[in-house]
Write a protein that binds this ligand. Sequence first.
Ligand code: GLN
Length: 286
Amino acid sequence: MATTWTVKALTEWTTKFLAGKGVETPLKESRTLMAFVLACKPIDVVARSEEEPTDDEKARYRELIKRRVDGWPTAYLTGRRDFYMLSFEVNPAVLIPRPDTETLVVAALDALKGVATPRILDLGTGSGCVAVSLAHTLKTAGVTAVDISPDALDTARRNAAAHAVADRIVFLQGDLFAPLPPAASFDAVVSNPPYIAPSEFAGLAVEVRDHEPRVALDGGPDGLAFYRRIAADAPTVLRPGGTLLVEIGSTQADAVMDLFRAAGLTHVALTRDGSALPRVVSARRA
Ligand code: GLN
C-alpha cells in the first residue's frame, strides 16, 4: 500500500532524514518547518498529525528540508526565533539569538534591580533581542541600541515595533561608541560582541560559518578585539555605580576579566550559562 503522506508521516520521515545528516535537534526542526508551512504553531503540528498537507504544502516542505540539509539554519528559513520571553524576526543580516545570550539579559536585569528608570546601552544589537527583551521587561527603561549594520538595525527596529517598545529604544548606526551623543550616560552597558578568533572559524558549524553574518562573529586576531575597545570606553559612558555586562566565549573569561580590571572597573564577576559554561563577565564603574 502506498504511504499516505500525512503530517505525522512527513515529520517522522524528516526527523530521521535530518538526524542522518547530523542535525542535532531533528524532531524540533522537522516540526518547526512543518509548522511554518502549515502556518500554525509547532505544538499544533502534533494535533494535526493525521491531516494530509496539500501538494503545494508538501512541495514547500520538501524545498525547506533541502535547504536545511544544505546548511541553512532553520531560523533563517522560517524567519523567526524565540528568545527569552519573545519571538524575534531574524534574517541573514543578524546573528540568530542563542539561549546562551539569555544569560546576558538575566544578568543585566539583576544588575539593574532597584534602578527606577534605567538607561541602558546595547552595543552590537543585531536582531535587537537583548535591547527589546530588556525594554519589554523593564517598563520604565530607556535603551540606546547601536549596530554598525544598517540592515541589522532595520531588523531590530521591526522587532522593537512588534513588541511595542519602539518608543523607548533609540537606534543608532555606527561603530560601538562612535554614534553616541556627547555626554551620553548609562546605568548599564550590555553587549554580545563578535568574539570568534580566526583559528576557530574552521571548527564552527556550517550553519554558523557559512550563513550567519561574519561581522557579528569575527572578534579580531585573538577574538578579544571588541572587549578591549569596550573596556577602554565603557567607563566614560557609565554612571558611577553603573554596570558593564558582556557575553563571552566560554574560554575567554580570564582574559576579559583581566581587561576589565586593567580598565579600572571594580566588582569584576563571572556568570555561567545554562550549560554551566562561563558566559557573562560584568563589572562596575566605581
Ligand atoms: N555564540 C556565537 C557562536 O558560538 C558567537 C556569537 C558572537 O561572536 N558574539 O557561534
